[in-house]
Design a protein around this ligand. Structure first.
Ligand SMILES: [Zn+2]
Ligand SMILES: [Zn+2]
Length: 495
């Protein structure tokens, strides 16, 4: 996954007070757009992986589900989450084995001693975790008389393992650059996913996005933050972070965590759960082969949000694009992601090894220079294919998620690589712009295309698509009401 900037390894790795003071964004800000640092991107991915939709019914237990990102040389090589039987750390060990040597692991919760001892044993370089409730929940302990004490004992064991190991076990958070959240909000409303819904709304409004975002914020704050400051302090003390309990470190840490949760919620809402919108194929399915069957909507949406997160690492200040490739094994694995496994990801950027400043960075007024940019920029799909960590197997269902319509340069690459499915927006499909064209996507055959649209099989969708119905004011209003009613119901449900 990657772009040109081989940025220095983050300097914010800390066990103590420096967490919110010494850390700075190491990225070049020459493009003057707010970007996510790699460390923050990995952290956000770990939180997001904890939310990977699961069909398994989780039993009420003191072990909390956890998300995990495995990073080698600053590139993601694994995305995992706990399953019913196994913890995320155990899954990483099964999937990567001794290849975990020198990797950096980002957990959405501090791992338990069972996971930590095996990971440390595999020779990882660094283990970073989100400083809220750990995998063996301390938050629930007080209310669970049977297990009282177990979580604290485990926390002690984790501390002993940590102090005796070569691997650094730390909290790795960086403050966001200014206006990051506002920038995400603004850019989100311009996306295919929001635009298509807005067109179906009275007066083309995007209020539904604000509503979805509020829902997400509430939900993720309750999952990833600890509302009560005292409880949070108690947990930090138990997991060996007593030096973060003093102010200003404590309040800075909480603010930093809150901001990241806000980013996650804002990005997640940009591919909203709304009415009958989703990723559907407009063409009749070519065959009954499983290779061409679409994913469940919540999984497709989850992967698209991953691509959206990647887009905020772009080096192209005008349009950030993210792409991520997943594939599915023949049989269900032990991972919380089911049979799905991560193949590669990328965002649009200048070639690796080049200086960011070597290429023209043009604004909208410099149209002729802008044309030149497209001779240099590596597209998100191209980076995802180049820096993939697994082969694309011809007999497996492989899929790429791209935040906008793949261009004519990328469509033949995706097909040639043997990818079976494309999930994308298609507002640009069929368009020819000065420097980039999207003519090939519509004609592409042999690769299934799932584009963001109203479910074509849903009766309401027919009303929306039929132009004669649009002229009928009564019909139209009614269907919008239905739509909003549906929206309310869906928004209340868990994502
Ligand atoms: Zn564990
Ligand atoms: Zn392209």
């Amino acid at each position: 996954m990657h772009g040109a900037d081989e940025e220095e390894e983050a300097t914010a790795a800390v066990r103590g007070p420096r967490v919110s003071v010494a850390s700075t964004q190491t990225d070049s800000m020459a493009g003057q757009i707010p970007r996510l640092s790699k460390v923050n991107l990995f952290t956000l991915f770990s939180l997001w992986m904890e939310l990977f939709p699961s069909t398994e019914q989780r039993k009420k237990s003191q072990v909390k589900k956890s998300g995990l990102v495995v990073v080698k040389n600053m590139t993601i090589i694994g995305l995992h989450c706990s399953s019913t039987d196994l913890h995320a750390g155990q899954i990483a060990l099964i999937k990567h084995g001794s290849k975990l040597k020198n990797c950096d692991l980002y957990f959405s919760r501090k791992p338990c001693s069972t996971c930590l001892k095996m990971i440390v044993n595999a020779g990882v370089n660094r283990i970073s975790y989100w400083p809220a409730d750990p995998e063996i929940s301390l938050q629930n302990e007080a209310s669970n008389p049977v297990t009282t004490g177990d979580a604290k004992l485990d926390a002690k064991a984790v501390e002993r393992l940590k102090s005796n190991s070569r691997a650094r076990v730390c909290v790795l958070l960086q403050p966001l650059v200014c206006y990051m959240v506002q920038f995400i909000e603004e850019t989100s409303t311009k996306l295919d996913f929001i635009q298509k819904i807005a067109k179906s709304q009275p007066d083309f409004n995007t209020d539904f996005y604000t509503a979805c975002r509020q829902e997400r914020i509430k939900e993720y704050e309750s999952l990833f933050l600890i509302s009560n400051e005292e409880t949070h302090k108690q947990i930090l003390m138990t997991i060996g972070l007593e030096n973060l309990c003093e102010n200003p470190y404590f309040s800075n840490l909480r603010q930093n965590m809150k901001d990241l949760v806000l980013v996650l919620a804002t990005v997640a809402a940009s591919v909203p759960v709304f009415g009958c919108f989703g990723f559907y194929s407009s063409e009749p399915q070519p065959t009954n082969e499983t290779c061409h069957q679409g994913l469940p909507q919540e999984i497709a949406r989850h992967c698209m949000v991953q691509a959206r997160l990647l887009a905020y690492r772009t080096e192209d200040h005008k349009t950030g694009v993210g792409a991520i490739i997943w594939a599915e094994e023949k049989s269900r694995g032990c991972d919380g992601t089911g049979a799905m496994y991560f193949v590669g990801c990328g965002y649009n950027a200048f070639p690796v090894g080049s200086e960011y400043a070597d290429f023209p960075h043009m604004d909208d007024k410099q149209k002729d220079r802008e044309i030149r940019k497209f001779r240099y920029i590596i597209h998100a799909e191209q980076n995802a294919l180049t820096f993939r960590c697994r082969e694309i197997k011809p007999d497996e269902r492989s899929m790429i998620f791209v935040t906008k319509c793949p261009c004519d340069e990328c469509v033949p690459l995706i097909k040639g690589a043997g990818i079976k499915q494309i999930y994308a927006g298609d507002i640009d499909a069929g368009k020819k712009k000065a420097d980039i064209s999207y003519m090939k996507f519509g004609e592409l055959e042999g690769v299934s295309k799932f584009t963001w649209q109203l479910n074509p099989c849903h009766p309401n969708a027919v009303e929306f698509h039929d132009p004669t119905m649009r002229e009928n004011g009564v019909q139209k209003t009614k269907s919008i009401d239905d739509q909003q009613h549906q929206h309310k119901k869906l928004c209340l449900g868990h994502y």
